[in-house]
Design a protein around this ligand. Structure first.
Ligand code: ADP
Length: 936
């Protein structure tokens, strides 16, 4: 060989080597390109194919190319991609059970260690054994017998070059036992590196993909949770299946139908919510556990928390749909199919979760990976559904409570409304009763006052008495309803409660005498000032005294006692009557309660009296207690705060402040309240002086003059003065002429024309002493004038004079049994009043139960008003007058010889002969019989 030839040869070799290098680089370029274009993990096969193809294109002396990925996973099963023979043949993945022979073991050891290159050689026998093992397993088991035969018949052993990297390995084999050249082994090594690089890229993509996948899954799960969390009612469950449908789509789970089954273990029932392939709600099936084989199997697996799979063909689907129509669960096969034809094949997958089953139906079976996704969905669904159930339960409980509360409220409102209507009706009807009753009473009385036979009169008296009782009762009921509605106002002022009660108490004198009951009145003090409403106090006291009489026995005693303990006035009303059993005591203040409620009870009554009494006392901020012993008697104790208890100013009779006075620039009330110059509450006088005067100083001056001899009342104008006079019935009035609102003349006229006040003497203070004034004064019934400025003495003397005149007049009549109104008073109103009073008494002569209260009622007055009026006019309180008139009538009848003593006694309402005789003797100085004998 020449030098140049050598050189050419060397150059040629170099060129060949360079060409080879170029070839190799080109091949690598192709592999890298595919690797770079790889977008998803599924592209791994492409890499395997291109590496194999390019390696085959290298014209190596090889029979096949094989690749291992995940080097460390080949201990039990030998997994590889491989191609034997032609380069274009697809690399197929094979998994061959491990064969414990060097031909397996060496490779396994090398790959698990990584990063090595090795060349192996095996004998023909070893080769044959190896292939026979291979041919038993897929995919080699399906190779043609010719090919298998060809492989096994090849001469020589089995040579292998292996390039091992960290993750991957490539090996090439020669079925004839020929070794690769060193250069070729180098090429293999380089291919190994390129494959490893490409595989690394695949791993990156796989990781990114997994991450993305997880994100999608998570988002899907989140959406399910969100949707379910927004569900409130069981109707919302219809929304579930479209949601599941949507999420299966997102998670790329293949399906043609899906649904959610809610399993109710208690009711052994399944609610199946199904959806169409379009994601619309398709049907809600209500199936019992044992409805059919499918439900049976589904429940059986659900209980064991196992996935249940079943395959349906077209026929089975149709049969199922028909059976659903039969039991009324679906209406139409077509809509249930979701398309015109039923699916050719349906693979049913039931994935269990705590409360039910997630159903996915697909044309082919779902892979494990997809089933796992479905399971994730089911779990997410389960958690959210549990929350929904909790929520629903709470909501339901809340709703139930709300409904109950609402019902309660409505019932309450109705009850209140009813109650209101009832008391209104009650008040209205009671009111309505009064008018006809008054008319009935008027008619009865008018007949009684005429000339009628004695026994007819007796009948009328019964009618009259009962009508009166009815009226009292109605008045009590009206009072109660007023109290209840809060419309009962308290006209409270300060009064001496001792004289007030004493007067009231002794008006029962004649009743006491006739029932042989002795009365006793005791008070530590002569004067106890208490703020109270006289009208209401009278009702209170009257009720208690009446009860004491009603439940007393003959020869008993009724005692009223007063004392003051720590500004609390205690009034005791004690009787020696039948008493109250201890078990009944707690109830006697209840409305309509009667100790003896039997039809045969001895005492009449309604059980209203004490209830009303108690409420009226409470209106005065006081309270009432009772002590009683059956057979021994009862004691009622009233405790009243003495004076300064808080009664709102407008609860008093009339506001003291007068607007017109304020307009004049002074506020007298304020001054008055600040400097009290007299304290009438401390006076123990029963005589009342009313001063009506707008000037504070004058008022004060007059009050000062009389403060020791009178209980003083003051008013700032005529109007106020008049209302005070009506309530209190003063013994004398001193009034100014010029006053705002109502002047002295108008005031006097009103006083004279009102029955309650017409008798009261009036002294007028006037600055003008002219004739006109006097005339006006006379017409308005003024008794005396004092011209301003006046001296105290002058006023005192004038007052005393007037009172003395009255006293003399009174004394004339106080023992008299014949009262001639025209002799008593020159004032027409007084005369009319007296006539009326006498008439009323005479009309009831035969009625031994006719009481002072009834008389006062007839005259539209309270007992104390009546007593004050009669005392002032004739010096006889009502009770006495009634007795006097009766006795006089008796005397007249005896004189006229109109009957025997007993008859006359009875006819005049004396039901007790002895009492009549005693009273008669006291009045006329001899017994009725003696009187009769003397006069006839
Ligand atoms: P009435 O007397 O109209 O039935 P009251 O409310 O005044 O109604 O009294 C309720 C009941 O209390 C009476 O029925 C009577 O049994 C009992 N009661 C009241 N006062 C006395 C008393 N002083 N002694 C015995 N029992 C009495």
């Amino acid at each position: 060989m020449t030098k140049s030839m050598l050189k050419i040869d060397a150059l040629e070799k170099e060129l060949t080597a360079k060409n080879r290098e170029l070839e190799i680089e080109k091949a690598f370029e192709k592999v890298r390109e595919v690797a770079m274009l790889m977008r998803q993990s599924a592209d791994l096969q492409k890499i395997v194919n291109i590496v194999a193809r390019e390696l085959n294109n290298m014209n190596l002396d090889i029979t096949g190319v094989f690749m291992l990925i995940n080097n460390n996973q080949i201990d039990k099963q030998f997994t590889f991609w491989g191609s034997t023979g032609v380069a274009e043949t697809y690399m197929k993945k094979a998994a061959i059970p491990f064969l414990d022979r060097p031909i397996y073991r060496v490779l396994a050891e090398a790959t698990t260690k990584g990063e090595r290159f090795l060349v192996e050689e095996y004998s023909r026998d070893e080769k044959i054994e190896f292939f026979e093992h291979l041919f038993k397993h897929p995919p080699y088991n399906s190779s043609t017998p010719e090919w298998k035969k060809q492989v096994l018949s090849r001469e020589g052993g089995y040579t292998r070059s292996v390039s091992v990297s960290h993750y991957t390995s490539i090996f090439v084999v020669n079925h004839f036992g020929r070794r690769l050249s060193d250069d070729d082994n180098k090429i293999l090594k380089r291919f190994g590196q390129v494959f490893e690089q490409s595989y690394t890229r695949f791993l990156d993509i796989q990781k990114a993909e997994a991450l993305a996948h997880e994100t999608i899954k998570q988002a899907s799960v989140d959406r399910i949770r969100g949707e379910i969390a927004s569900m409130r009612t069981s109707e919302d469950l219809n929304r579930i299946t479209p949601i599941i449908w949507h999420e299966l789509e997102t998670l790329e789970v293949p399906f043609i139908r899906c649904g959610v089954f809610i399993v109710d273990e208690e009711k052994e029932n399944i609610q199946a919510y199904l959806t169409t392939p379009e994601g619309k709600s398709l049907a809600v099936l209500n199936l019992s556990f044992d409805a059919n084989d499918l439900t049976n199997n589904a429940v059986k697996h659900w209980k064991k928390n196992q996935i249940y799979k079943e395959r349906w063909n077209k026929e089975k689907f149709i049969n199922w749909a028909k059976s659903m129509i039969k039991i009324g669960q679906i209406q139409n096969v077509k809509t249930y199919q979701g398309s015109s034809t039923p699916p050719e094949s349906l693979h049913i997958h039931f994935v269990p979760f705590a409360q039910g089953i997630l159903y996915v139906g697909n044309v082919s079976p779902l892979s494990d990976e997809k089933l796992e996704l479905v399971q994730t969905l089911a779990e997410a669904f389960s958690i959210a559904y549990a929350r929904y159930e909790d929520f629903k339960n709470v909501e339901e409980a809340k709703n139930k409570i709300e409904i109950t509360l609402n019902e309660l409220k409505i019932a309450q409102e109705k009850l209140q409304e009813l109650d209101k209507l009832k008391s209104q009706f009650f008040a209205n009807i009671s009111h309505e009763f009064r008018t006809p009753l008054t008319l009935i009473l008027g008619q009865i009385e008018s007949i009684m006052s005429g000339n009628i036979e004695v026994h007819e009169k007796g009948k009328l008296q019964i009618a009259n008495r009962n009508a009166r009782r009815l009226l009292t009762l109605i008045n009590q009921l009206l009072d109660l309803s007023k109290l209840e509605s809060g419309s009962m106002d308290l006209k409270a002022r300060q009064h001496n409660i001792v004289s007030f009660l004493k007067n009231l108490f002794y008006s029962f004198e004649s009743m006491a005498e006739s029932q042989k009951i002795s009365l006793k009145f005791e008070s530590e003090l002569k004067n106890i000032p208490v703020v109270f409403d006289p009208d209401k106090m009278e009702k209170i006291f009257y009720n208690l005294i009446s009860n004491a009489f009603n439940f007393s026995v003959s020869k008993g005693e009724i005692e009223v006692g007063l004392n003051v303990i720590d500004s609390i006035v205690e009034i005791r009303i004690k009787d020696t009557g039948i008493g109250i059993p201890s078990d009944r005591l707690p109830h006697i203040f209840d409305r309509f309660y009667q100790v003896d409620g039997s039809a045969t009870r001895k005492h009449e009554g309604t059980g209203i009296g004490l209830a009303l009494t108690k409420e009226l006392i409470e209106l005065h901020k006081g309270n009432i207690l009772v002590n009683s012993k059956e057979g021994e008697g009862s004691e009622f104790i009233i405790q009243l705060p003495q004076g300064d208890f808080e009664i709102k100013k407008d609860e008093f009779a009339k506001p003291q402040t007068d607007t017109s006075l304020q307009l004049n620039g002074f506020n007298l009330t304020e001054t008055e309240e600040k400097i009290p110059v007299w304290d009438s509450s401390g006076s123990d006088n029963d005589d009342i002086l009313l001063i009506v005067e707008d000037n504070f100083d004058v008022r004060n001056y007059i009050a000062d003059i009389f403060k020791s001899s009178f209980r003083i009342l003051t008013a700032q104008n005529g109007e106020h003065g008049f209302s005070m006079a009506k309530n209190e019935i003063p013994d004398i009035i001193i009034t100014d002429v010029m006053m705002p609102e109502m002047d002295g003349f108008q005031f006097s006229k009103q006083i004279r024309s009102n029955e309650k006040t017409s008798h009261v003497p009036i002294i007028m203070l006037t600055a003008k002493a002219g004739f006109d004034d006097r005339m006006a004064g006379l017409e308005s019934g003024i008794d005396a004038y004092i011209t301003k400025p006046f001296k105290a003495k002058e006023l005192e003397v004038q007052t005393q004079n007037l009172l003395k005149q009255r006293k003399l007049l009174r004394e004339r009549f106080c023992k008299s049994t014949i009262i001639k109104p025209s002799e008593v008073s020159a004032i027409s109103t007084d005369q009319i009043f007296l006539e009326k009073t006498i008439q009323k008494i005479e009309n009831h002569f035969g009625d031994y139960q006719f009481s002072v209260e009834q008389l006062a009622g007839h005259l539209n007055m309270s007992i104390s008003q009546l007593n004050r009026k009669l005392n002032a006019l004739i010096g006889q309180p009502a009770g006495q007058l009634m007795r006097s008139l009766r006795l006089q009538r008796a005397a007249d009848l005896l004189k006229q010889n109109a009957g025997n003593v007993s008859e006359i006694c009875f006819n005049l309402g004396f039901n007790d002969h002895a009492y009549f005789s005693r009273a008669f003797k006291k009045q006329f100085g001899c017994s009725p019989t003696e009187f009769k004998n003397q006069t006839t």
